[in-house]
Design a binder for this molecule. Structure first.
Ligand code: ACM
Length: 250
């Protein structure tokens, strides 16, 4: 028996329990939430990775359909010889969509292949939801792209180890007028200490929910989609229409 793989299955069961009992339209879990973050080498990583259509996900598909809700969670994905740091969205109809992390952080560069899905959005119960994973936040182009695609909510599974993201997300949300759900790890692994402080951030950079840094918990809040649908910050300024693309090097 592969102990590490058994642990990923235990984590999946825990996620199913949390998902089943939480009354919310969409619930977001951290990056690599089945395996944990620190994986010694690519061989071990391969053993604990899941194909995106793996039958182990069938309970999550069923809960989504039966309870008419959606989930996003990070997992290590295997496709042929490739390994991706991925995030799966299962919508309320039980359809699954996978985003593969675009910007790999530090040792992830040794373990994973670079994500090749690019950014995209999907409809979840009338809201448009995009995904990025942890370190992707450091590249403003990521959240800008997802927002220009019309996202209301950016689901952001994370295993943050640097102290900057939670505050920076206020600006990311403010400059794009989108909501973001940063679901972060708490605790430690051998070489990493995770910063906790999961947050739901609003379109004005306001903190709508905050987990604190110490305990595992679930926080929910109401999201008003009217707010993310208008990019106006006053009568004269619309953050998207006022862009001067001819002046930018991007
Ligand atoms: C990170 O991208 N997990 C820091």
């Amino acid at each position: 028996m592969n102990i590490a793989f058994e642990n990923t299955k235990k984590n999946l069961k825990r996620i199913e329990k949390f998902y089943e009992k939480t009354k919310t339209d969409i619930l977001v879990f951290p990056e690599l939430s089945l395996s944990g973050y620190e994986i010694e080498n690519r061989r071990t990583l391969k053993e604990i990775s899941f194909e995106k259509k793996n039958k182990e996900f069938k309970n999550l598909l069923r809960i989504s359909r039966d309870m008419n809700k959606a989930i996003v969670f990070g997992f290590s994905e295997r496709e042929g010889n490739k390994l991706f740091n991925s995030s799966m969205l299962i919508d309320e109809r039980g359809r699954s969509f996978v985003y593969r992390k675009s910007h790999l952080f530090f040792n992830e560069k040794r373990l994973f292949d670079k994500g090749d899905t690019g950014f995209f959005t999907n409809r979840v119960k009338g809201a448009k939801v995009g995904m990025m994973i942890c370190f992707d936040w450091f590249f403003p182009e990521a959240m800008r792209t997802i927002s220009l695609m019309g996202a209301d909510i950016v689901a952001h599974p994370s295993n943050l180890v640097m102290p900057y993201c939670q505050d920076a997300m206020k600006t990311r949300c403010l400059e794009n007028r989108v909501f973001a759900v940063t679901a972060n790890r708490i605790g430690e692994e051998e070489n990493y200490k995770f910063t906790g402080g999961s947050r739901i951030t609003g379109v004005n950079g306001d903190i709508l929910a905050d987990s604190g840094k110490k305990n595992e918990c679930i926080k929910t809040c109401f999201i008003d989609l009217k707010k993310s649908r208008s990019k106006k910050i006053n009568k004269e300024n619309d953050l998207f229409k006022d862009r001067r693309r001819e002046l930018y090097v991007l």
